[in-house]
Ligand binder design. Structure first.
Ligand code: AMP
Ligand code: MG
Length: 365
């Protein structure tokens, strides 16, 4: 399949498309989607790979393009509340309150699905559907042009770091999708927060840039439980463990090389240990990498040093993380050490992704 590439510029005055010969990018993209072909588009979190959520074949093409396991359901993106009402049962008072507070935005709610309207591959056969209204003007314009909700996972090969630029999408999926809308680098850089409300509490199934603290503020007095954190503890017996959100059991976000996350109380101590370990790896024939979140670390201790944002402003780390992981792949690095960042605010989500990328290889020295 030939992949069309459309540049879409977002300015204060609105969205300007139409480069590369198409007079109206959104009409073209909507035509492709209505014809059952997958199209990648930017959201404020990461790039998504969208299909008409009502079209079983189109959704199957998204799974195939990504190599995504069929038991990992997709997030359905909606333009507005009307589209939500087509696919989910009436949200509870809390859920409505959270939508009012965070939509459009990076919060995905797992809701009871309306029976009989979505093909079962969207929800992996569950009786719930994950839904969000994205905040990116290109995503919203595409949803409007399509007139249907879009089932859209991240636009990467399954297991790879999610794409935060159109180039990342191209690296992974060129030739297996119909078009890429390039709206520039994404703002947030990591995937949405996924939650599920029950009668007593709110469960965070996947941490993201909407934090537990923000959810608590929006629902005063309601308990917010970070279910996903539980999965960062290796003591759990994997054989007995049933993940609360199907996708959380898969290895994710991982670079090709082996990644080890290392933490120490004092920076000097950290650098000494890390330098020695990298030197040792180098002598074993590894091409080495160092992932840091501050400029002061690392010059010269690894073949490839990537500074991904600044840990004192953890949102900059979220924005830079996946591109950093992909840089190590492009540079064919085979052994990488990463430092940690504070697990506060969006930092909790950053550490969740980093530890998953490392297959939970984590050392405190
Ligand atoms: P992605 O589309 O790659 O951003 O991943 C979507 C995430 O949402 C995965 O972790 C899924 O397992 C999760 N998810 C989607 N639908 C549901 C659902 N019905 N119940 C629980 N988690 C879900
Ligand atoms: Mg994904």
């Amino acid at each position: 399949m030939r992949t069309e590439y459309y540049t879409v510029q977002v300015t204060d005055g609105g969205i300007v498309g139409g480069v590369d010969g198409a007079s109206d990018v959104f009409a073209e993209a909507a035509k492709l989607i209505r014809g059952g072909a997958p199209v990648a588009f930017p959201t404020e979190t990461v790039y998504g790979l969208g299909a008409n959520a009502f079209d079983e074949q189109a959704v199957a093409r998204v799974f195939a393009a990504k190599g995504r396991p069929a038991d990992n359901p997709l997030i359905v993106h909606v333009a507005d509340r009307q589209q939500l009402d087509l696919i989910a049962l009436t949200p509870s008072e809390w859920e409505q309150c959270l939508m009012a507070a965070f939509w459009p935005g990076p919060l995905t709610l797992v809701l009871p699905v309306k029976p009989g309207v979505l093909p079962s591959n969207v929800t992996a056969g569950l009786d719930t559907v994950a839904v969000r209204q994205p905040a990116h003007p290109v995503a919203l314009a595409l949803l409007q042009a399509c007139g249907v909700p879009l089932a859209a996972p991240s636009a990467n090969r399954s297991g790879k770091p999610s794409p935060t630029t159109a180039l990342h999408v191209k690296e992974d999926l060129d030739g297996v999708l119909a078009a890429i809308l390039d709206g520039g680098p994404t703002e947030v850089g990591i995937e949405s927060t996924v939650i599920r409300c029950n009668a007593e509490e709110v469960h965070i199934l996947r941490p993201g840039s909407v934090t537990a603290e923000q959810l608590e503020q929006a629902l005063p007095g309601i308990r917010v439980v970070a279910v996903a954190d539980i999965q960062n503890h290796r003591e759990l017996d994997a054989a007995d463990y049933v993940p609360p959100s199907p996708g959380m059991k898969y290895a994710h976000y991982a670079p090709e090389g082996e990644l080890l996350v290392v933490e120490a109380e004092h920076h000097d101590e950290w650098l000494k240990w890390v330098s020695a370990r990298l030197q040792e790896a180098k002598s074993q024939g590894h091409r080495t990498g160092l992932l840091t979140f501050s400029k002061k670390d690392g010059g010269g201790v690894a073949d490839v040093v990537v500074v991904a944002g600044d840990a004192t402003q953890v949102d900059t780390v979220a924005r830079a993380l996946y591109d950093a992981l992909r840089t190590f792949d492009r540079e064919q690095v085979t052994f990488i050490i990463a430092e940690t960042c504070p697990a506060t605010g969006v930092g909790a989500a950053v550490m969740n992704r980093l530890l998953k990328a490392a297959g939970h290889r984590f050392l405190r020295i």
